[in-house]
Design a protein around this ligand. Sequence first.
Ligand SMILES: [Zn+2]
Length: 278
Amino acid sequence: MPEGDTIFRAARTLHRALSGHVVDRFESVFPALTRVHDDEPITGRTIERVTAAGKHMLMYFSGGHVLRTHMRMSGSWHIYRPGETWQRARRDMRVLVATKEFEAVGFNIPVAEFVRMRDLARHDELRRLGPDLLGDTFDRTETVRRMRERGDAAIGDVLLNQRVMAGVGNVYKSEVLFACGVNPFSRTGDLSDRQLECLVDTARRFLQANVTEKLAPMTTYAGYRRTTRRDDPAERLWVYGRARKGCRRCGGAIQVKASGSDARLTYWCPTCQPSAGD
Ligand SMILES: [Zn+2]
């Protein structure tokens, strides 16, 4: 699952390349999108801005149309110069928005729809999003309140719940829990306010650190993410992807466990992140 910072960076890259420019070409394999395009052509409209809301990408067109896409596990947006070779197969293209200068291509995007701007605030999925960890304003008290509402759920699941806070994906889940010394399977209700606040603040700090990093101008999906402040690519993360390797703090073996219907992997150090009974 892409993390909030990935979507944020992709939106920013698309915004820089496209906003203020006129759509020269629009294509999609989604009948619902092409139907809108047939009735009220997207071609000829100006792209006003591109923003991220949690893991949703919103592309605003003049005339009040907003293209909402959600990447889920597999989707990504790329940006190319016209004629440049795509890094993915043509058959993986789901949406294409081109100006004279750039082609924005959405690959394997599972969710895409046009929403009228006036309906956006009432949109079901957007309305339900918790406070956005990358938002300009962020309500920590409200976030902790939403965590407390899910006292019986494991804290690892609560961090991933976009209705509690928007932006944490699977990589940051493990990293944030490690940084705060919290066991991923702890019951949320058993954690102190200080622990919950540590998780929220750390999630926000990790996500923000990774959107301010410089990124290559044409890359929307750099996979460049770190939480350890180290430059060596092999040392960028504390626990994620490090099963059976030595913990960077205590030297013990990092554990991994798959859970949920999509077998998400959770990484943790049982010594640095003891469960309540230990
Ligand atoms: Zn450890």
